[in-house]
Design a protein around this ligand. Structure first.
Ligand code: PMP
Length: 371
């Protein structure tokens, strides 16, 4: 810094004169998963954000490096290449695809496209914690319907909760943080009861990990129902969480509305190129997904052998519904160098991670004692 530059004035403190939206004071902050903290002699593992434990494929990394050379230019605002590549991969028209900076942003775009102040968004609870946040930020009202005792959606109760003010219903399958996926038959019965002017979002962030044969396949439902929108992400199975790309598949006019509410140039050029390269390398990525699914099976079997009774998981995490014991379990995990995600007194979610991390989870769970 040259000598003639004036020092920056001290940062101002609070600003009591500025009027901000009152809803912000009523909203929880989005809590990111805790980073892994190092303990002497113990490799720490971050199992708190449902990330993919594998780094980018060499082919994807070299695409990222190449794309970095052009960041003086704005990205393609219409995200044409990625939407067309996705369209080919999913056998849908690129017009039916809307992208955003992570599927959480696409979700916010959907709610903004559909809701005016006071409209209602129905979803299960517990579910993905961004749901109440994006709803309230749009000025809409969250209507939360409790899960059943197997930690599954109660779609009948969700249909009962639909009113004239309902504009969007969110169905999270598999459900984050509890794990079970929604079955096709129960979703069909639910959709038959929901008015066709209400958008039903099938949030399939974890779809690549689904192995339950009865599970919903969102795109099949989307092809049959004009009010269904499928939400997907490159953050989980594709391992691009840090680049922030997600997308929706929606009917043409709905997709156009979702694109309208996006931040201009939001999906950056490196992210667009990496997503295309990941679709090109999907066969390699599928092997990684398969090994995560195998690790899930090993962890679930190990926990069952210890006597744990947990909800089914069709995703890359397991849910320990521990009630008042949640804090003690989360502390035991952290003590062992495993960063996990505690949800108050509801339970603890643990991502399936590196083999060594999963083995350590089994050891912690055994020492804690099955419930
Ligand atoms: N939906 C669900 C169910 C999720 O669990 C997540 C990530 N935790 C998202 C959407 C958003 O993921 P991203 O914004 O990284 O695409």
């Amino acid at each position: 810094m040259s000598d003639d530059v004036q020092p920056v004035p001290a940062a101002p403190g609070s600003s009591p004169t500025v009027r901000l939206r009152q809803v912000l004071g009523r909203m929880p902050d989005y809590k990111p998963g805790k980073p892994a903290t190092a303990r002497p002699g113990l490799t720490p593992y971050k199992l708190s954000s449902n990330e993919n434990p594998y780094g980018p494929l060499p082919s994807v990394l070299s695409t990222i490096n190449e794309a970095a050379a052009s960041v003086n230019r704005y990205p393609d605002m219409a995200v044409v290449e990625l939407r067309e590549r996705l369209g080919r991969a999913l056998s849908v028209s690129a017009d039916c695809i809307a992208t955003g900076t992570g599927s959480v942003a696409v979700l916010a775009q959907i709610v903004q496209a559909a809701c005016d102040a006071g409209d209602e968004v129905v979803f299960a609870w517990r579910s993905f914690e961004a749901y109440p946040i994006v709803t309230q930020l749009a000025g809409a009202t969250p209507v939360m319907v409790g899960l059943d005792d197997q930690a599954r959606h109660r779609l009948d109760a969700m249909a009962d909760a639909v009113t004239e003010r309902t504009r969007v219903v969110l169905v999270c399958t598999p459900n984050n943080p509890t794990g079970p996926s929604v079955h096709r038959a129960e979703l069909d019965a639910f959709l038959d009861r929901v008015p066709s002017d209400v958008i039903v979002v099938i949030d399939e962030a974890y779809v690549e990990f689904v192995r339950d044969p009865e599970s919903v396949r969102g795109l099949e439902v989307w092809r049959e129902r004009p009010n269904v929108v499928v939400l997907r992400t490159f953050s989980k199975a594709f391992g691009l969480a840090g680049l922030r790309v997600g997308f929706a598949v929606a009917h043409r006019d709905v997709a156009a509305a979702i694109r309208k509410t996006a931040t201009p140039f939001g999906v950056n050029s490196i992210a667009q190129a990496a997503a295309v390269a990941s679709l090109d390398a999907f066969d390699e990525l599928k092997e990684r997904v398969e090994s995560i699914v195998e690790e899930r099976a090993r962890v679930v079997q190990g926990l069952q052998d210890q006597g744990w009774k947990l909800p089914e998981s069709d995703a890359n995490f397991v849910w320990f519904p521990l009630g008042a014991d949640s804090t003690a379990f989360a502390e035991a995990c952290e003590e062992a160098g495993l960063m996990v995600r505690q949800y108050g007194d509801d339970g603890v979610r643990v991502t399936i991670g590196e083999t060594e991390a999963n083995t350590r989870l089994l050891e912690v769970a055994e020492a804690f004692g099955a419930r």
